[in-house]
Design a protein around this ligand. Structure first.
Ligand SMILES: Nc1nc2c(ncn2[C@@H]2O[C@H](COP(=O)(O)OP(=O)(O)O)[C@@H](O)[C@H]2O)c(=O)[nH]1
Ligand SMILES: [Mg+2]
Length: 458
């Protein structure tokens, strides 16, 4: 695609430049790739951002892509993803793995007249870092020993619905002796069975969120490395040369070489963070999916705690001061249900949220759609007016009006009797997106931006 030539707008020299790093995370298929693509497209075209103050007050001038500052991080392929969404046969972008980065520079007039007298134009370099939420969930491992983590993980794996999913792995655990001399074959077998179990947890019908260690399902460039060749073991520490000792050592190596390194190289450098959450997917999966999501969210809030009670500052000197939790794919439901979706997310984020605000970082929640694929419509059914959505469901080729149902007000209350009472269907990206000069249609991406970056653009 082509961008207007803005070279003389940008290269005036001696401009006030500010850098801000925005982390975009969420578990696999929560919507990171689509979100970053929509965000960038909307920043470049700026035709659909009424709630971003710098745009609505007429101070925004232009944005453009620029080379990213970290040459060793893969570039986020925004052109490829946009081509998929806006082509003649619109399709969702291919699944991405690991980390990606992109820099967008925004030119704007400062809001204060006083500042404008010395600085008529300013530039904000926005570095967007897309990384798997699975990696964020690794952070709590840092304060757990191998024995502690093993005990917690085994306890969780024995509860439904994990008991069924973990049966093969736990069966294997019953057959081996952690005190026996370490054999590489055993370590590999255990790690493989444990990894299969974690993958099964993430299937759409269960959609469990608490997945540790994250690299087992999102290995990045570490696939098959000995660092990933361990699994939780029952019992306690065993003697030298035992399987226990081998796995304990690998667990510690994982913490040092993977978890700490990721947090030091990437996480600790972020200024702002958005965490994307597929709440509707968890509702589809049922009560276990929701309960697991709540636990995972509480864990992922931990690293954002600052101040006296937070150990994170001490470890990494973290500086994130605004965190947005966003329920994605809000276009799956009718607009009047968005407030309920957000209410549900508030409950999931729960008490941890007020603690964090108290400790220094500001936390907000929203229901968003990075790419709006439906319209809210009213349809009559047996004399009743139903608020529905109209879009093209995946697997069909013409627009259909669907009644997606209503969002429960209580995260714990599921209608009794049916195992899967909710069924929010996925939609295809709308046709002809490429022809719209305003940017990809979205729901509240501009409000998300205002919360995350508004103060930088004042
Ligand atoms: N209707 C709708 N579907 C979305 C939206 N964002 C993501 N999806 C769906 O969720 C899938 C996973 O999104 P993706 O961005 O690849 O997730 P990632 O794994 O977190 O990067 C996509 O293929 C779409 O089917 C959205 O805003 N609206
Ligand atoms: Mg992705």
């Amino acid at each position: 695609m082509r961008f207007p030539d803005l070279s003389n707008v940008f290269d005036v020299g001696a401009l006030m430049e500010t850098n801000v790093r925005l982390g975009v995370t969420g578990l696999r298929r929560s919507g990171k790739t689509v979100f970053v693509t929509a965000l960038v497209d909307n920043l470049l075209k700026a035709g659909r951002l009424p709630f971003l103050d710098v745009v609505s007050t007429g101070r925004f001038q232009a944005s453009r892509l620029r080379p990213q500052p970290d040459p060793d991080v893969p570039r986020f392929d925004v052109e490829g993803h946009l081509a998929a969404l806006t082509g003649p046969e619109p399709r969702w972008p291919e699944t991405t793995r690991g980390i990606g980065q992109l820099r967008v520079s925004l030119r704007y007039r400062p809001g204060s007249a006083l500042i404008r007298t010395v600085q008529p134009m300013a530039t904000l370099n926005l570095d967007i870092v897309d990384y798997p939420g699975e990696w964020l969930l690794d952070l709590p491992l840092l304060r757990l020993s191998f024995a502690e983590w093993s005990a917690l993980t085994l306890e969780l794996a024995a509860q439904p619905p994990r008991d069924r999913l973990s049966a093969l792995w736990r069966g294997w655990l019953g057959d081996i002796d952690p005190a026996a001399p370490a054999a590489e074959d055993d370590a590999r077998r255990g790690a493989a069975l444990y990894t299969d179990y974690l993958h099964d947890c993430r299937r759409a019908d269960t959609l469990l969120s608490l997945i540790q260690p994250g690299r087992f399902v999102e290995p990045g460039d570490l696939k098959d490395a000995p660092l990933l060749t361990f699994c939780p073991l029952p019992g306690g520490a065993c003697g030298r040369g035992s399987l226990w000792e081998l796995m304990d050592a690998r667990y510690e190596a994982y913490k040092t070489n993977v978890v700490r390194r990721f947090f030091a190289d990437h996480f600790a450098r972020l200024d702002r963070q958005i965490v994307l959450i597929d709440v509707l997917g968890a509702l589809n999966a049922g009560p276990f999916g929701m309960a697991d999501m709540k636990r995972a969210l509480e864990l992922s809030l931990e690293p954002f705690r600052h101040g006296s009670s937070g150990w994170f500052d001490w470890l990494f000197g973290g500086k994130i001061d605004r965190v947005l939790f966003a329920a994605t794919k809000a276009d799956h439901i009718a607009a009047h249900q968005h407030a309920h979706l957000r209410g549900l997310l508030d409950q999931l984020v729960g008490n941890a949220r007020s603690t964090i605000r108290f400790d220094g970082a500001e936390v907000e929640t929203m229901a968003i759609a990075a790419l709006k694929c439906t319209d809210s419509v009213t349809a009559e059914h047996e004399g009743r007016q139903l608020r529905c959505v109209r879009g093209i469901p995946v697997g069909r080729d013409r627009p259909t009006v669907l009644f997606p149902g209503e969002i429960p007000e209580d995260a714990d209350a599921f209608p009794p009797g049916r195992e899967h009472p909710y069924n929010f269907l996925p939609f295809r990206p709308p046709a002809d997106l490429g022809r719209d000069p305003r940017g990809l249609p979205h729901i509240r991406v501009d409000q998300a931006l205002q919360f995350l970056l508004g103060d930088y653009l004042e």
